[in-house]
Design a binder for this molecule. Sequence first.
Ligand code: IMP
Ligand code: MG
Length: 180
Amino acid sequence: MPNDHEPALTPLWTSQEIAVRVTLIAEEIDRDYSDTAPVLIGALKGAFIFLADLMRKIQTPVEVEFMRVSSYESGTESSGEVQVDWGPTGDAIGGRHIIVVEDIIDTGITTTAVVEYLKQFAPSSIRICTLLDRPERRIVEIEPDYTGFNFSDYFVVGYGLDLDQKYRQLPGIHGLATNT
Ligand code: IMP
Ligand code: MG
C-alpha cells in the first residue's frame, strides 16, 4: 500500500501500449535484418523485460548476449561515471551485426560506454534500440536507431526500470511525481 514514505506514481504507458510499440519495433528490425542474424545485447538490469518481449516478437533469427553496466549510484541522479562490469567478448560479437538493447537513454553516457566497449571486438555493425529516450537530457551525443517512446518529464519506473532497485516488476511504466 502506498504511504507517506512512498513516492506517487503517475501511469504513463500501460503494458498494452508498450506491447503495441514493442511489436512495431520488432517489425522494423525484421525489415532491416532480413538476411542476417543479429546479436541482441541486453544492458542489464533495466532492459531485461523489454529484451525478452522484443526478442519474442522478432521473426528473424537472433542471438542474445548480456552486459552489466553500472551507472546510477542511487536515487534519480546519475553519478556521471559508468563502469562496464562484464560483457560479451570477441567470440560472441566479432564480425557480427549488433543491436544494443537499452531500457532508457538519458544523458547518453551509459550507452556510449556500451558502444565503446563493444567496438573493441570489431563487430560488423552496431545499432541501438531503446525502449525510452529522454533526448533533452543528453550530455553525450548519441542517437538510437529504434525507439519506443520519447518523453521529457519524469523519472520513470516499471517494466524493468527501477528506483533504487524497486518497481522493476510493475507491468506498465510510471512517472515519479517530483516534489521540486
Ligand atoms: P544515462 O547514462 O544518463 O543515459 O543513463 C542511462 C541509465 O540510467 C539507464 O540505463 C538507467 O539504468 C538509468 N536511468 C536513467 N533515467 C532513468 C529513469 O527515468 N528511470 C530509471 N532509470 C533511469
Ligand atoms: Mg537503474
